[in-house]
Each structure stands twice: as structure tokens, then as C-alpha cells.
Design a protein around this ligand. Structure first.
Ligand code: HEC
Ligand code: HEC
Ligand code: HEC
Ligand code: HEC
Length: 400
């Protein structure tokens, strides 16, 4: 079996051949990108494959710009003011990144969308980030898939997880040995990152778990003089936080990380197939949408109504997000006014800009985190309170 040359055979023949492969034999990649696709694994792991396909069912979208009308003002001058909808399941990654109205000239935007790009970076080095977006996109075959989390390796009972995204390895290095592999697997993409201005290399703004905190990340960006964009009306070098799920989950105030839970504990349940096989579901979903996952909460939360517990917390946090977001928007207008009327010295304006940049960062760090407070409400509150006091400080100085 091993020596069979299958290149050039039809799809049906490949499926037939892999079905005959014994459960311990790893299929060979059939495409020029060199990754074993989910479909190629499906003969060995049919249930896991089917569950991975179910990520297409996570298709509920919120248009944040419509929901939170102050957003486009805060993000003025940046792509997120044009197009910003909530995350959906992994199956939509490639289409979404192609169709977004946010500018995406180079291939770096593919970093977290497809294993084909992960492999390209691993093969070609960081210069791949500068490749033309459209040309590279056309060569990509599939959305987030087995290779991202398992490389081309047979997954054994422990899941045999491999960190394939090189910027994570570069940033965390030896510390990864002490980290939970099933948190790192998701954290490869569900993190804060930035692109190096010249090379567009995807990079992380810290090199240890201890330095994942929002204040440490801000200090790092300030030190290297990094900004995602310059907002013309206020003349401010702005930051855009990404989706710091791993930082929030591992950060100060997180209860579950200390208790030994990982991302898979709450987002990947154990399921039983029709044939009675137990397998790990690879439908990555909200624990509230899965009876199996909710049962795992009960081990510690006993009789608590988890849906209510989570929703109460999210209502509180998103309510505060709106409150602080609207104040941030007002600060932006007041600062733009001061810039326009020439009433302040450049020194005064720079002090105000710095407060505004920091306030936006802390608010954003909470706003863009996808659990809306559920992962770590203490950190969410702290970020919003910090943002608010920076806004109040700046508004006081503006006499607004
Ligand atoms: C986004 C990351 C991710 C992707 C994509 C992914 N896996 Fe996994 N896989 C995991 C994690 C995390 C675990 C460990 C889960 C746990 O500890 O409960 C796991 C566990 C497994 C296991 C061990 C299951 C067991 O019984 O213990 C197998 C086998 C496996 N994956 C195969 C696959 C295959 C095949 C694909 C593609 C069709 C795939 N995985 C795609 C993250 C991923
Ligand atoms: C290779 C990058 C990558 C990895 C690894 C990854 N994700 Fe994602 N994830 C994404 C992207 C990108 C999106 C948003 C897709 C979109 O909106 O088009 C997303 C979206 C999601 C969503 C949103 C679904 C919804 O309906 O709101 C969940 C839940 C999720 N991921 C969980 C996980 C978990 C759990 C893991 C680890 C087992 C993981 N992801 C690993 C890139 C990744
Ligand atoms: C203790 C359980 C728990 C752990 C551990 C956990 N999460 Fe979550 N996560 C949640 C809850 C609860 C929500 C909110 C779900 C909702 O709004 O329906 C959530 C929401 C999310 C979302 C948004 C999905 C959606 O459907 O809205 C993503 C993405 C996500 N988590 C990723 C991660 C990642 C990545 C990790 C690990 C770094 C992680 N989670 C660890 C419980 C957990
Ligand atoms: C290993 C035990 C354990 C498991 C399993 C567990 N939790 Fe928790 N969780 C706790 C403890 C302890 C607290 C702190 C006390 C409290 O708020 O109930 C907590 C707090 C929370 C909070 C509040 C977090 C915050 O930052 O304010 C949420 C939300 C939550 N859990 C959701 C879940 C969900 C959803 C699941 C299942 C998918 C789950 N938990 C599974 C132990 C656990």
C-alpha cells in the first residue's frame, strides 16, 4: 500500500485506496501544497471529519457596525469602519477573507484562515507574507483543517497536537512545553498579533505568558512605536486589538485556566457515533449550544443554569462596552475638534492623543474578545474601567 503512486488517479480511486489503508497508516498528501487534507483523513477518522464539516452550521452573523453605531466613528480611517461582522465557523474563513471590504493586498491576511498558507510559510519562510493576496488565495484549498493543529501526523489518543504556526513558536519558545497543548492549538489563531510594518510578518507582541496582559502589550507597542493606522481627524497613531481569546483565557482573573481546563474542555465535546464509537467532536462551538458540553460544566457548577449565568455576565459586559464605547466616540470628536480649531499646542495635543490611543486599546481588547466577558469577566471589567478613566482624564483636559 505504502508504495502505491496515487498521483493522477481520480478522486474516487483515492478515496477507495485510503479506505483500505489500515488505521495506523498516515495518508500521503495528494496536492501540490503538501498538506494532508481533511478529506484525505476522512477514511481513517470518519466521525471527526464529519464533525469538522459541521462547523459550516456555525453561520450566525452580527453586523457590528449596525449593532453599535458608535463603532464606525471610533474606527474612522481604518478598514473595520467599513466592514465588521462577527466571527462564524471555520468553514467560512477563505470566503470571508476574500470578500471583506477591508483592504488586503498581501498574503499575510491568510495567516489564520487555511493550512495551505501555514504550510507555505513553513516551506518558504516569512517572505510568503508579502506574496500577492489574490494569487496566493487562488492556490489555497481548504479552510482551517487538520494540518493547522496536528500537522501531517497521525493523531494518537492524546490528539498529538503540533503548533504549526511559526510566529507562536518564535514568541513563546520553551514556555510552550509548560502550556496546555489544547489551548495552544486554538491560541495559534485566537490571539492578539500584529504585522511587521515592512515585511508584513505575522508577529506576537510578547514573548512569555506573563507578558500577555493588555498593559504589557500596550507598553510593547508604545516602545516600538507601532500603530495599525493613523487617524487623520485626530492625528492619532491608533491600535486595533485583534481577538485576544488566549490572552484573556490565560490572563489575570481567569478562573478556568487555573483549574486545568483548556479551550477544548468547553468547545469540543465527546460524542458517540451511530455505530457506538466515542470520538472527540471537532465542531468548535459555544458550550451553550451543546448538551454534551453543558454536562461537563455541571461537574463543578452543579445545578446552575449555565445559559443564564453566561448571558447575565455577557449582558453586563456588553452594556459596559457600549457605555464606554460611546464615551470613546465622544472623546474622538472632541479631540478632532481641538485639532481642527488650532486652540492647543502640539505638545498638549500629543498628550491627549496618547490618552485616546490607550483608551481605545483597552476598550478594544475587551470589545473584540469573542466570549464577551464569559472567559474572564474580571479582566473585561478591568479593561473597560481603565479605558473609561483614561477617557475621563482626556475629557477633563479638553474641558469637554
Ligand atoms: C483547530 C484545531 C484542530 C483541528 C483543525 C483538528 N483537530 Fe483534531 N484535535 C484537536 C484538539 C485540541 C484535540 C484534543 C481534544 C481533547 O483534548 O479533548 C484533537 C484530538 C484529535 C484526535 C484524538 C481524539 C481522541 O479520541 O482522543 C484525533 C484522532 C484528531 N484530533 C484528528 C483530527 C483530524 C483527522 C482532523 C481533520 C479532519 C482534525 N483532528 C482537525 C484540534 C484540532
Ligand atoms: C488556523 C487558525 C485557527 C485555529 C487554529 C482555530 N481557529 Fe477558531 N476561528 C478562526 C477564524 C479565522 C475564525 C473566524 C472565521 C470567520 O468568521 O470567517 C474562527 C472562528 C471560531 C469560532 C466562532 C464560531 C461562531 O459561530 O461564532 C469558534 C467557536 C472557534 N473559532 C473556536 C476555535 C477553537 C475551540 C479552536 C481550537 C480547537 C480554534 N477555533 C482554532 C481561526 C482559527
Ligand atoms: C470554561 C469554559 C471555556 C473555556 C475553557 C474556553 N471557553 Fe471560549 N467560550 C466559553 C463561553 C461560555 C463562551 C460564550 C458562548 C456564547 O456566547 O454562546 C465562549 C465563547 C468563545 C468564542 C466565541 C464563540 C461564539 O460562539 O460566540 C470563541 C471564539 C472562544 N470562546 C474561543 C476560546 C478559546 C480559543 C479558548 C482557549 C484559549 C476558550 N474559548 C476557552 C467558554 C469557554
Ligand atoms: C473544573 C471546574 C469547572 C468546570 C468544569 C467549569 N467551571 Fe466555570 N467556573 C468554575 C469556578 C470555580 C468558577 C468561579 C465561581 C463561579 O463563578 O461560579 C467558574 C466561573 C465560571 C464563569 C464566570 C467566569 C468569570 O470570569 O466571571 C462562567 C461564565 C463559567 N464558569 C462558565 C462555565 C461553562 C460554560 C462551563 C462548561 C462548558 C464551565 N464553566 C465549566 C469552575 C468550573
Amino acid at each position: 500500500m505504502k508504495n502505491l503512486k496515487v498521483t493522477g488517479l481520480t478522486c474516487g480511486a483515492i478515496l477507495f485506496l485510503s479506505a483500505a489503508v489500515s488505521a495506523t497508516e498516515v495518508p500521503q498528501p495528494q496536492n501540490e501544497n503538501g498538506i494532508i487534507t481533511a478529506e484525505e483523513w476522512s477514511a481513517i477518522y470518519p466521525e471527526i471529519y464529519e464533525s469538522l464539516r459541521m462547523n459550516a452550521d456555525n453561520n450566525y452573523r452580527v453586523d457590528y457596525l449596525k449593532q453599535d453605531s458608535y463603532l464606525s466613528n471610533v474606527y474612522e480611517g481604518y478598514g473595520f469602519a467599513k466592514d465588521y461582522t462577527s466571527a462564524v465557523g471555520h468553514d467560512y474563513c477563505l470566503d470571508d477573507v476574500k470578500n471583506t471590504e477591508r483592504p488586503h493586498p498581501t498574503a499575510n491576511c491568510l495567516t489564520c484562515k487555511t493550512p495551505d498558507f501555514t504550510k507555505l510559510v513553513n516551506d518558504m519562510g516569512v517572505e510568503a507574507y508579502l506574496y500577492d493576496f489574490d494569487e496566493t488565495w487562488a492556490q489555497m484549498n481548504e479552510n482551517v483543517s487538520c494540518y493547522n493543529c496536528h500537522e501531517n501526523q497521525e493523531a494518537n489518543e492524546d490528539g498529538n497536537l503540533v503548533v504549526t504556526h511559526s510566529y507562536v513558536t518564535k514568541a513563546l519558545g520553551d514556555e510552550m512545553a509548560q502550556m496546555d497543548p489544547a489551548t495552544l492549538a486554538c491560541g495559534q489563531c485566537h490571539i492578539e498579533y500584529y504585522f511587521q510594518p515592512d515585511t508584513k510578518e505575522t508577529s506576537m507582541p510578547y514573548n512569555s505568558v506573563a507578558a500577555m496582559a493588555p498593559e504589557a502589550i500596550l507598553a510593547y507597542y508604545d516602545e516600538i512605536g507601532f500603530s495599525d493606522w493613523t487617524q487623520e481627524s485626530t492625528g492619532t497613531s491608533m491600535l486595533k486589538a485583534q481577538h485576544p481569546e488566549m490572552e484573556t483565557f490565560l490572563g489575570e482573573g481567569s478562573i478556568h485556566a487555573k483549574m486545568g481546563l483548556n479551550c477544548a474542555s468547553c468547545h469540543m465535546g465527546t460524542a458517540v457515533s451511530e455505530e457506538g464509537n466515542t470520538y472527540v467532536s471537532h465542531r468548535f462551538q459555544s458550550p451553550l449550544d451543546s448538551p454534551e458540553l453543558l454536562e461537563t460544566c455541571a461537574v463543578c457548577h452543579k445545578d446552575t443554569d449555565m445559559t443564564k449565568k453566561v448571558h447575565d455576565l455577557q449582558d453586563e459586559i456588553t452594556g459596559r462596552e457600549t457605555e464606554v464605547g460611546e464615551k470613546l466616540s465622544a472623546l474622538k470628536d472632541a479631540l478632532a475638534g481641538a485639532v481642527a480649531d488650532g486652540s492647543r499646542s502640539e505638545e498638549e495635543l500629543n498628550e491627549l492623543r496618547s490618552l485616546y490611543r490607550s483608551a481605545q486599546w483597552y476598550w478594544d481588547f475587551c470589545y473584540v474578545e469573542n466570549s464577551e466577558g464569559a472567559h474572564n469577566s474580571a479582566l473585561a471589567r478591568k479593561c473597560l474601567d481603565t479605558s473609561e478613566s483614561l477617557i475621563d482624564d482626556a475629557m477633563g483636559k479638553l474641558g469637554a
